[in-house]
Each structure stands twice: as structure tokens, then as C-alpha cells.
Ligand binder design. Sequence first.
Ligand code: PLP
Length: 391
Amino acid sequence: MSIPGQLNPSPRVLLGPGPSDVHPRVLTAMATPLVGHLDPEFLVLMNETQDMLRQVFRTQNRLTFPVSGTGSAGMETCVVNLIEPGDRMVVCVNGVFGQRMTDVAQRAGPAVTTVERPWGEVFDLNQLREVLQRVRPKVLGIVHAETSTGAWQPLEGLGPLCHEFETLLLVDTVTSLAGVPVEVDAWEVDAVYSGTQKCLSCPPGLAPVSFSPRAVEAINRRKTKVQSWYLDMTMVQRYWGEERFYHHTAPITAIYALREALRLVLEEGLEVRFTRHLRNHQALKAGLAALGIGYAAAEGHQLPQLNAVRIPAGADDLTTRKRLLGEFGIEIGGGLGDFKGKVWRVGLMGHASRPNNVLLFLAALEQCLVAQGVKVPPGAGVAAANRVYAG
Ligand code: PLP
């Protein structure tokens, strides 16, 4: 019999597309002893978590809670509850996560129409009006922060446009929530899901979701049962609602973590947090420009928390990422799909969006580039970032 050694992972700076670095207060919360999942004290914690989630989603929606599962479980929850065989759904695809939503939707039985933009670009209302008019879908799904390209999809006006055609608007906010504004009520979003491991700076494992009264009505009008037992909102809401009717055992430690992460977000203040993300992004962008590195997403639509940047000529994708990890403990992401081998994805999410990470990364990247013979002006990246911070 052989027993592996005690758990001892190397220290890392998580600057990839997620998971991001977890705040120490969240780690402490996770080491708190368990109570039962129907303990009266835990029921209070569930209410508090829901209440804080509503504040972070900026919604009054009653049906707001974390699904037990990662972001993809949130995606699947929204799709399978809103859609049944015979329905029509439109999915906007400009990267990997639009593709994933299409796959999830196709398995749920509706007729799925995709509308596409090149990777790195975003959709405009005219293109979406045309497809809504033509297809008249029950649901239109779109990704707010496309993690594979770093593109930031504007959502203002899309909710009212969907409602003109009696379409429900479903939005993926896995990478956007708590990093850039998400206005569920003001934008008239009907179903929204997120994940805990990005700008909330929690470990992966929960998928916050929220459904508008319009979406709840659509769920209540279904002719068929929701295809998934585990993700069926008509049952799960009895657990998260007033009845507290047992459905599944809530992942208690994950909810402790989310509760603490939400406290941190609200203590900092959403606006202050968004400004912090923007400022660190601006410093990083200036530093990368000084090293001759540009962005993959269209100018004006670049996410502050996910910087997808073009790998410069002369640098090898894997060699650079291996060296960053091995020598500096820094994790960044490689490209996915069409961007594989062409793009690096540098996350500055939640707790990880800090000047020390920006400066460390720029200095380390310079060393990795120089080692491969890429000519860069010495110290130019760090100096450019510092000019942004000084200004
Ligand atoms: N949607 C987006 C935009 C994502 O970035 C991700 C994960 O990176 C997901 C969905 C899926 O989330 P998970 O990997 O937590 O299942």
C-alpha cells in the first residue's frame, strides 16, 4: 500500500481565465466547522447569501440563489428550465462559451438558431433585432464576458428589444459578475448565471443564478417536466425558498465561502471594485503595449478582468507559460479554439486584480521574452504601468 504525501501545492499567482486567487478571508471561512444543511443557523446563512447575491446582481428577483455546481451547471439550469421540446432558442456565438451554450441548448430539445460574430467582436442590436424578427424565439442567450476572447458584450437595450418579441433574455455572467457592472433589473435580464471562481474570488463549485418574474412565469407554464431532476427549479426553489423542503444536501463549505466573498464585494462597494478592475487593466494594457503586445478583442470592447492578448512574434506559447509558472509561480491561460497558440489570456479577477500582480507579471514576462530572443526595451512594461498608476 502506498499513501501519497500530505497535500502541499506550490504557491501560485493565479492570473489565468479562472480560477482566480481566493481571498484569505474566504479560505478561513472554508475552514469553519460544518453545521447541518437544515440547521436553523444554516438557513439564516442561506438567506444572507441570497440577499447579498441580489445586491451583487442588482436585482429584486426572489428566485436568486447559488446552484450546486460550476458555471456550466448554471448555464444548463437556465437553459433546461426555460426551454422544452418544440420551443425555439437563439444563441449568440462569438467564442467558446457561446458554442457551449449552443451545445447545451441542442441537448434540451428546442430548435436552436445561432447568430455569429467573428471571435473578439461583439453583437449589435440591429443584428439581434433581425434574428429576433425572423426566428421569434422563446429565449435568446448571450455571453456578457466571453472568456475565450476577452470581448465585453454591451447589454443596454437588449432586454427591452427581446421583450418586444416576447423573447426571454438569458445572460452568461460567469466572468463578469463582480468585475464589471451587471444590472439584471435595469437591463431587463430574465435569466442569468455566474460562477464563483472568477471575479468573486471563491473556489469553483457554485453557480449563482437569478430568474425574473417573467422567467418564473414561463417555467410555471411548462407543458413538460424539466429534463434534469437535479437542476429543476420547480423543485430546487422549494429548498431555497420558504419551505426549505429537502432537495439535495447543500455544499455547506462552498456556501460559507461564497457568503464571505459576497461580504468582501459589498464591503468594498461595487463601483469601487469596478474602478479597481479598470485601473489595473489600464496599467497592464499600457505595460503590454510597451512590450509590443496588443489585444485580441476589438478596441472599446476589452474586458478589464480578462486580457486576451496576441502572442508576439518570436515567442512560443508553451515555452513562455511554462517558464512563467516554473520560475515565477504565475499561471496565465493559453488560447482556446480559434485562438489556440495565438493568444494568452491574462486574468485580473477579483482579489487578483492588484498593482503588485500587474507589475510582477510584466517584469516576469519581459524576462521570458528576452530569454527567447524577443527584442523588448528593458523595463519598458513596468515603467508604462507605473505611469498609469502615477497618473
Ligand atoms: N461561461 C463562461 C463565460 C466561462 O468563462 C466559463 C468558464 O470558464 C463557463 C461558462 C463555464 O464555467 P465552469 O468552468 O465553472 O463550469
